[in-house]
Design a protein around this ligand. Structure first.
Ligand code: NDP
Length: 296
């Protein structure tokens, strides 16, 4: 068997095209506020890419930059302002934050309706309790979308996840559980990893170990989602899966680059548009008694 390659780049481009049409059909452009603290070079590149991708679909992306030395209270106050600002639909805080700032406090401060990264404890809690209204983090949401693109029914499938991070492993596990998979979560302390992976109908590799997953770990016909982004000595990127060899036994596989990566930004933009639409609808139904509003 030779696996079919799941073309994340193409699927993400279709999603962005569809988003652009939906944004154009609305009166107001959604506004995404990006909070960037300090001088982390990688963060600056990610933010630049998000801004460019947002502009392409008609979403306004405003970057709020703060000095590396900003105090926690000052940062929390700025996020409160964005929470209160009716023109801002989505708020993301680019991680990592400088060491004087507790990221959990910052993520907890974001209004859950504006938390388009889905990293606030409130949205994680909704996802963990199988609530449909949870805002789901972009990478896990992109992974589910790639799995669904195969047309394979996920119900009852054994999904094995390698990695338990807050941004990928954990939320993707919950999402697949909510989609009726039987889920096994593995990590660096797991004993007998290869044996467990051999039972997977669906494998999500998110550990950051170049080409760790070998061909003889794979159940014939399994679907492989490779989240890993690793840079080799020759400068090339590779995933956590030995793509060439594993392709010989899997039914579907995502490449690196061109698989999960392009989906992540597309899903962030989709979350922003959906947040804007929800906020608009709830304002429509909201009868304010403040005496100042005219729309009641
Ligand atoms: P983290 O480093 O936060 O987490 C890695 C996880 O993998 C941990 O749970 C760790 O276990 C586990 N792990 C590490 N080594 C092994 C091993 N040898 N065997 C089994 N498990 C292991 O990484 P992230 O979750 O943030 O990212 C994972 C990968 O995905 C990275 O390559 C990253 O670059 C990529 N990524 C790609 C994105 C995309 O858009 N495509 C988005 C986000 C990440 P333990 O908990 O025990 O330490």
């Amino acid at each position: 068997m030779t696996a079919q390659v799941i073309d994340g780049k193409k699927i993400a481009a279709e999603i962005r095209k569809n988003l652009a049409e939906r944004v154009a059909a609305n009166e107001d452009s959604p506004v995404l506020a990006v909070v960037l603290v300090g001088e982390n070079e990688a963060s600056k590149i990610y933010v630049r890419n998000k801004k460019k991708a947002a502009a392409e679909v008609g979403i306004i992306c405003e970057v709020f930059e703060f000095a590396e030395t900003i105090g926690e209270n000052a940062l929390l106050a700025s996020i409160e302002e964005l929470n209160e600002n009716p023109h801002v639909n989505g708020i993301i805080v680019q991680l990592p934050l400088p060491k004087q700032i507790n990221p959990l406090k910052v993520l907890s401060c974001i209004n859950p309706q504006k938390d388009v990264d889905g990293f606030s404890p409130y949205n994680i809690g909704l996802l963990a309790s199988k609530e449909d209204e949870a805002v789901v983090a972009a990478t896990p949401k992109g992974i589910l979308s790639l799995l669904k693109s195969t047309g394979v029914d996920l119900c009852g499938k054994h999904a094995v996840i390698i990695g338990r991070s807050n941004i990928v492993g954990r939320p993707v596990s919950l999402l697949l559980l909510n989609n009726d998979c039987t889920v096994t979560i593995t990590h660096s302390k797991t004993v007998g990893l290869a044996e467990i992976v051999r039972q997977a109908d669906v494998l999500v590799a998110a550990c950051g170990c170049p080409k760790m997953v070998k061909k003889d770990w794979i159940k014939p016909g399994a679907i492989i989602i490779d989240v890993g982004i690793n840079r080799l000595e020759d400068g090339k990127l590779c995933g956590d899966v030995d793509f060439e060899k594993v392709s010989e036994v899997a039914s579907y596989i995502t490449p690196v680059p061109g698989g999960v990566g392009p989906m992540t930004v597309a899903m962030l933009l989709e979350n922003t548009l959906e947040a804007a639409q929800k906020q608009k609808n709830s304002n429509k139904h909201h009868h304010c008694h403040c005496g100042k509003c005219h729309h009641n």
